[in-house]
Design a protein. Structure first.
Length: 182
């Protein structure tokens, strides 16, 4: 019974930190292999998120909720895990773009310019788009948007995982307790 009193914030902290560090390590792997702009390899981080959230919510259910978990509790645990992981990832994104490789933003802008040219946009349209992009592609903004994106996608994933990971019911001794109270 003591296990049920642990808050979701404390119970999911280690899982969230671990997931955040795994995402950072994967981003570093992409960076050092010069694949950070490879969109297809970026989808692997989504798989990492799904697996991490599945394991985290399952662990929360098993270790802190006596094997039972409502849909709302599963969703809440997933969102909290995502928040912890997203904060760690957001800090890394800021450090990457501000200190490790400040020139990476220029590379991303060049890639955006090339994609706009491929779409057949006029030079005026491209320049207007690049002005807007260069204003928002700042390390602090990219770090903050990374946190929001991480929580957003973590919430979507948790909405789905909650369906499969919920296990509602009474604790084994709940029936005995209610009979005594009658």
């Amino acid at each position: 019974m003591e296990q049920n009193r642990t808050s979701v914030w404390k119970a999911t902290l280690n899982t969230g930190i671990f997931l955040g560090l795994v995402l950072v390590l994967y981003s570093l792997l992409l960076y050092f292999t010069n694949q950070i702009t490879n969109k297809n390899l970026g989808y692997i981080s989504l798989v990492i998120d799904i697996v991490g959230l599945y394991l985290g919510i399952s662990s929360f259910r098993k270790n802190y909720r006596d094997g039972f978990l409502s849909y709302g509790q599963a969703l809440g645990a997933g969102v909290v895990i995502s928040l912890y992981a997203a904060i760690i990832s957001g800090i890394f994104v800021y450090i990457l773009y501000a200190y490790i490789d400040p020139d990476l933003i220029r590379k991303l802008l060049d890639i955006s310019r090339d994609k706009l040219m491929e779409k057949g946009m006029t030079d005026q349209q491209i320049e207007m788009s690049m002005k807007i992009s260069s204003k928002i592609m700042k390390p602090w903004f990219m770090g903050i948007s990374s946190v929001f994106n991480g929580v957003f996608f973590g919430t979507l994933i948790s909405l789905i995982l909650g369906i499969f990971l919920k296990r509602e019911g009474e604790a084994p001794f709940a029936e005995t307790t209610t009979e005594e109270g009658e």
